[in-house]
Design a protein around this ligand. Structure first.
Ligand SMILES: *Cc1c(COP(=O)(O)O)cnc(C)c1O
Length: 466
């Protein structure tokens, strides 16, 4: 017998129940735990072991998990994690991961519930972000992949079938984004074969938004030099400061140039749920494609990003690769086209749609809107306290949920050390960045568990140390 299932299920059932109980206890007591703790060298060494020949009981593995893995997490479940734009996750999605694991569905294609649930989620995402009902889409690991796939869709529009056969093949195509664009967009141009130099990074204005006059100048100069602008990638919520490019103007310019209009809205696209921040996303619904994450502000557990594409035919033509063993059938398990494997680079893929469907269903857009509003209100509270202090300086407008501030009279190294001390002390996890040449403490408020008292405590602790 080679089965991996147990002969007697009862001990596995007991262990599973214990894991679930412990998981709930862990979530319920997050506030009493450190945000983060460095992994001791001995624990790290435990993960350099040789490949196991014989097996270990799941009970022993769980003991090992509790001792050596769980304590050394990134910390983004914790209400005082503010370092990077990381979602806090939610308990319903955690249970959905368990259910999806037990289904072991391959959601690359074929006719089954996993595909229907994913289509439902894509339709909801399109409606949420103001895209037309027939919008195509696919779930991916994150916005890095979604931005990459969007660049490939733009390539499809520019080069069509020839682009598939011979690649970019020296075509003089140029793309445009703000200087504050996420590194993955530059990487996407590179991976798609255009090269990083094909991306023109347009300077930003005082509010860190792409300068549209400079964009027009760059396009005119490129055209005069024989280039064809094929892609404008606007940012809705920049990673450093949460700035929004003027999406309507970017859409107008893309339309004038017959270029693909993409929006990287990794977290910022969700601002459209908030009555007070929605105006920032004006024009989002005009995009040819949008990349955004469910695992950031939408609090779905890692990982889950999403690509939406206005034109389903272009989306499909970008990724479809006909093969006989994956041929569409009118009926049976091989029916139900189009399949996700023709909408992105993955063939085999898990059932991420379940945790998204359960999260959106459990909390509704109203629940997520409260999370977005609360994050922005907390960021405004932090910005106000920074401005009220003569030791701290706000280094960028806190238009959304990110606050970047400097400390007067402290060197760059002292600020980096201060942040590392806060992290290593398990107290708070802000991050650092550079704004106009100054080292900034950067707080991105994304977690639905963060409260006013966490913001007040952070400011008090920083001031106590400087
Ligand atoms: C996080 C982020 C990305 C990358 O998304 P991943 O989900 O981490 O791959 C891209 N753009 C922006 C603006 C982001 O904040």
């Amino acid at each position: 017998m080679s089965t991996l299932d147990p002969a007697d299920w009862s001990s596995l059932r007991t262990l599973g129940h214990k894991m679930l109980d412990d998981m709930v206890d862990h979530l319920a007591t997050l506030r009493e735990q450190p945000v983060w703790r460095p992994m001791p060298e001995a624990v790290r060494q435990g993960f350099t072991a040789p490949l196991p020949d014989t097996g270990t009981t799941p009970e022993a593995l769980y003991t090992r998990f509790q001792a050596d893995i769980q304590p050394y997490v990134t910390g983004n479940l914790h209400p005082r994690f503010m370092g990077w734009v990381h979602g806090g996750g939610n308990p319903v999605a955690m249970l959905a991961e368990l259910l999806a694991g037990a289904m072991n569905a391959n959601c690359g294609g074929r006719d089954h519930a996993g595909i229907a649930v994913e289509r439902q989620v894509i339709a909801w995402a399109a409606e949420m972000l103001g895209m037309p009902a027939q919008t195509s889409g696919v779930l991916l690991t994150g916005s890095s992949m979604a931005n990459f796939c969007a660049v490939l869709c733009a390539k499809q529009k520019a080069l069509g079938e020839a682009g598939h056969e011979t690649g970019v093949n020296g075509a003089k195509l140029t793309a445009y984004a703000s200087a504050g664009v996420h590194r993955c967009v530059t990487g996407a141009l590179d991976m798609a074969g255009f090269g990083r130099a094909a991306l023109r990074k347009i300077p930003v204005d005082a509010d860190f938004r792409m300068d549209m006059a400079r964009l027009r100048e760059a396009i005119a100069a490129d055209k005069a030099a024989g280039f064809t602008p094929f892609l404008i990638a606007a940012t809705a919520g920049s990673v450093d400061t949460g700035a929004f490019d003027d999406l309507n103007t970017a859409a107008d310019i893309a339309a004038e140039e017959n270029a693909w209009f993409h929006v990287d809205g990794a977290f910022g696209a969700l601002a459209t749920l908030s009555p007070t921040k929605r105006h920032l996303t004006n024009g989002l619904g005009r995009a040819d494609s949008i990349a955004f994450d469910f695992h950031k502000w939408a609090q779905v557990t890692y990982s889950c990003g999403c690509l939406l594409v206005r034109d389903p035919a272009i989306h499909n033509a970008t990724f479809a690769q006909p093969t006989s063993y994956l041929a569409a059938a009118p009926r049976g398990l091989a029916g139900g086209f189009p399949w996700p494997c023709d909408l992105g680079p993955d063939l085999s893929r898990g059932f991420s749609a379940l945790k998204v469907w359960m999260t959106l269903s459990a909390y509704g857009t109203a629940g997520l809107a409260k999370v977005v509003d609360n994050s922005c209100a907390l960021a405004a509270r932090l910005a106000t306290q920074v401005q009220a202090s003569n030791r701290l300086t706000l280094l960028a407008p806190a238009a959304l949920n990110i606050v970047c501030f400097g400390v007067e009279g402290k060197s760059s190294q002292e600020i980096l050390d201060l942040v590392a001390d806060l992290q290593e002390g398990g107290l708070f996890a802000p991050s650092t960045t550079t704004i106009n040449g100054r080292t900034a403490i950067r707080c991105a408020i994304v977690n639905h568990r963060t409260r006013e008292e966490d913001i007040d405590a952070l400011v008090a602790e920083v001031l106590r140390r400087v």
